[in-house]
Structures are given as structure tokens and as C-alpha cells.
Write a protein that binds this ligand. Structure first.
Ligand SMILES: [Zn+2]
Length: 265
């Protein structure tokens, strides 16, 4: 018999205490990852593994795992759209921001400028004169000004979206570690932090609150059925291996962010 002190459960493998110390064993699962009950629970974000029993049968080891799940949270997607109290926002590189109501702000515009400004700075650098050096700094200020302006516009539009949809809360994923998760540059990270700060004070002016939720698996989880699997997502496309729900991957993530806030509170 194993419980949390003697076993650690991961998606891909399990770590078990034995008389010879800890061992790690990979899960051997059936071919089709979606249609088996144990996979359904093992990869489901909504169920927690609480204990397990190790059996030896027909010459092989089998681990029987026990899960608990919150049944009330079974149809979270519908609850969110019906009471519409939270607007989920996913931040990223391709799409700078996507809401759970399906509004997209593309990252292309910002990337295009960054390249433009970079080129201008590069051209000036080649001059190497004092005049050029001063100009590089003013190009930098101009770039920051333009960015700031865009982020102000997006944050205004985000708050407007929340109000139009009768939301009282705007939920973002926790910004800690977002660079590693999304492959964003430092520039993007700067933009995410700025955008968040702008939304926060603008929302407050309208009596809305802004919250951050745990980002774990928000891009791998199906916002319709809760099935969580790395292969649900293929780049910008999301297709659930369990229920076949398909949509834009960032939009699906934005819905999960909103749902996670609802479930936590
Ligand atoms: Zn699904």
C-alpha cells in the first residue's frame, strides 16, 4: 500500500519507496491514450491521486491507483459562461493576449516594430559618431513610448471587454516563470508585466479586481471536459484526445484560466 509519503505520482512515472530505497518506474499505458478510464483519471487535472496498491500478477508488477475528483466541478465551462463573472486572459508570444470570450490581440504588431527599431539602431550604430549615439538613445525612448501606448490601448480594451460581459474579476495566469513557459523574450516579459499593471489599475477604477491563478496545465487541459494531456495541444491548435473538442490553443487556455479562478473561489 502506498500513499503520499511513500509514493510520488507524476504524469509519466511514479516514484516508489522500497526496502532498497526509492525507485522510479515509467507508466506503461495502452496505445490509445484517450479512451481508457485510468488514463482519463491519471491525466485529468481535476482528479488527484491519493494512494496506490502495488500488485504482482502473471509475472508483472501492476500499480492500482486511487483518485479523488470533485464531481460538482464536472461542467465548469457552462458555469463560467452562464454567470459570466470572470474574464480569463492568456498571455503569449503569437497572441499577446486572448480572452475567454474569444478576443485576440496579436503579437505581430509589436514584433514588427521591434524589428524596425532594431534596424534603425543598427544603422545608427554603424555611424559610430556621437550624434549617432545620442540618436540611438532617442530611438529607444521612442520605441518604449510606442509600446507603452499600445499596451495602454490593449489594457483599456481588455477592461471594456470585462465590463461588456458583466465580469467582476479579470484572471491572468501567474506571471512568475512565464518566460520559461511561453518561450517569451525579456521584451515580452516586460510587456506582460506592464499590461498586467495597466489592467490592474484601470480595472480597479471600475470596481473590478484582477487576480493571478496557478498556470499549471492551462494549455494542456481541455476547457470542455477537463481531460489534460500534452498531446491535446499542437502549436496553436488544440484538439482534445478525449472529447474531440477543437479550438485555438490560446483561447482554450484563456478559458481554463477563468475556470481555474472560479474553482479556487
Ligand atoms: Zn475534452
Amino acid at each position: 500500500m502506498y500513499e503520499s509519503r511513500t509514493a510520488t505520482f507524476h504524469d509519466e512515472y511514479v516514484s516508489l519507496a522500497t526496502v532498497d530505497g526509492r525507485i522510479e518506474a515509467n507508466h506503461e499505458l495502452p496505445e490509445n491514450p484517450a479512451r481508457t478510464p485510468h488514463q482519463q483519471y491519471l491525466f485529468n487535472d481535476d482528479s488527484d491521486i491519493t494512494s496506490a496498491e502495488l500488485h504482482r500478477q502473471h509475472g508483472e508488477w501492476q500499480l492500482h491507483i486511487c483518485c479523488t475528483a470533485d464531481v460538482e466541478s464536472d461542467t465548469p465551462a457552462r458555469a463560467a459562461t452562464e454567470n459570466g463573472t470572470v474574464l480569463g486572459v492568456d498571455l503569449g508570444v503569437t497572441q499577446l493576449a486572448v480572452t475567454s470570450t474569444g478576443t485576440f490581440w496579436s503579437g505581430d504588431e509589436c514584433d514588427h516594430w521591434r524589428r524596425e527599431y532594431e534596424k534603425r539602431r543598427g544603422d545608427l550604430q554603424e555611424h559610430g559618431t556621437r550624434w549617432a549615439h545620442e540618436n540611438i538613445q532617442s530611438v529607444g525612448r521612442e520605441e518604449e513610448g510606442r509600446f507603452t501606448q499600445t499596451l495602454h490601448r490593449i489594457s483599456n480594451e481588455l477592461v471594456t471587454k470585462a465590463r461588456e460581459n458583466g465580469c467582476t474579476v479579470i484572471a491572468f495566469e501567474n506571471l512568475t516563470g512565464i518566460r520559461e513557459r511561453t518561450g517569451a523574450s525579456w521584451g515580452h516579459k516586460w510587456a506582460f508585466n506592464r499590461l498586467y499593471a495597466y489592467v490592474e489599475y484601470k480595472a480597479e477604477a471600475h470596481g473590478l479586481t484582477v487576480e493571478q491563478v496557478n498556470p499549471e496545465n492551462t494549455s494542456r487541459r481541455c476547457s470542455e471536459c477537463g481531460f489534460t494531456h500534452p498531446e491535446n495541444r499542437d502549436g496553436t491548435h488544440f484538439e482534445c484526445l478525449n472529447c474531440e473538442y477543437q479550438n485555438d490553443a490560446d483561447y482554450n487556455a484563456a478559458k481554463n484560466i477563468g475556470l481555474r479562478y472560479l474553482r479556487q473561489n
